[in-house]
Design a protein around this ligand. Structure first.
Ligand SMILES: NC(=O)c1ccc[n+]([C@@H]2O[C@H](COP(=O)([O-])OP(=O)(O)OC[C@H]3O[C@@H](n4cnc5c(N)ncnc54)[C@H](OP(=O)(O)O)[C@@H]3O)[C@@H](O)[C@H]2O)c1
Length: 230
């Protein structure tokens, strides 16, 4: 399948690498491919420049957001939450219309230290803002509740854990569920939280996630939901 990952950061690369491994045709969206390939310094998190990754992943096409948006039958939003709407605007509403748009971005503000604050919360979420802005896209919030290495390889963790899906379009959630199952998430590990409004819960969990990561000394952690014996 043709899949687009919007975002050249670490998360975009990890997802793109997995999608290539699975045999999908892939485009990665960026503002300016030449500028992205010209960077030689690590990013703010110490990740090597994008071009190092591209050198070992020749099959991935690096395209401007507009062309990348048009390429995929599925589009994955792996952009920083503060600029995600700008990137989607560049991808273009007509390119997103009718498509599954997997949103894993987080509206985080690190300027006050850890854990980050949410810039959208309680009565709204980034997932809902994206769905409102692109009513013809079929937005599914998923994958955002764990670290990118775990998103594409849940077996990294010592036990089976859960992944959540929120979105208004049932068929889109089924397609998203199929994709994450390719990543290794068993069907029974997936929890459908209902409509896109549940993106609030997925995003607000980040306060606990970052607090846990700080206390446990690792980002490679996730939720395992256990209910009473029946
Ligand atoms: N780290 C994790 O494991 C994890 C887990 C869950 C969720 N997330 C979320 O996943 C998303 C991606 O994370 P990341 O660390 O890979 O991303 P990142 O490095 O913050 O974002 C990289 C992308 O943002 C684009 N960008 C930056 N400024 C822009 C602007 N003004 N307009 C349009 N695009 C702009 C960059 O474009 P260029 O390519 O042009 O530079 C690049 O493609 C974030 O929302 C993050 O919160 C991360």
């Amino acid at each position: 399948m043709n899949i687009t990952v919007l975002g050249t950061g670490n998360v975009g690369r990890v997802l793109a690498g997995k999608l290539l491994e699975l045999g999908h045709d892939l485009a990665i969206g960026t503002r300016d491919p030449q500028a992205t390939l010209a960077r030689t310094d690590p990013d703010g998190m110490g990740n090597p420049p994008y071009r190092d990754w591209q050198q070992t992943h020749h099959e991935a096409q690096l395209l401007p957001f507009a062309q990348a948006g048009a390429f995929g039958n599925i589009v994955i939003n792996a952009i920083g939450g503060d600029v995600a709407l700008a990137a989607l605007d560049a991808a273009g509403a007509s390119s997103l219309a009718g498509k599954l748009l997997i949103d894993l971005a987080l509206p985080l503000d690190f300027s006050h230290g850890m854990p980050p604050r949410l810039t959208i919360a309680n009565t709204d979420s980034l997932g809902e803002q994206i769905q409102r802005t692109y009513p013809d896209a079929r937005v599914v919030k998923t994958l955002n509740t764990t670290f990118c290495n775990v998103m594409v390889n849940p077996g990294l963790l010592a036990q089976q854990t859960n992944l959540f899906l929120a979105g208004d379009d049932t068929d889109a959630k089924t397609t998203a569920a199929g994709l994450v199952q390719q990543f290794g998430w068993p069907a029974h590990s997936l929890i459908d939280l209902g409509g896109i409004e549940a993106a609030r819960a997925c995003e607000m969990y980040m306060q606990l996630y970052f607090t846990l990561a700080d206390r446990l000394g690792t980002f490679e952690l996730n939720i395992n939901i256990v209910t009473r014996n029946t």
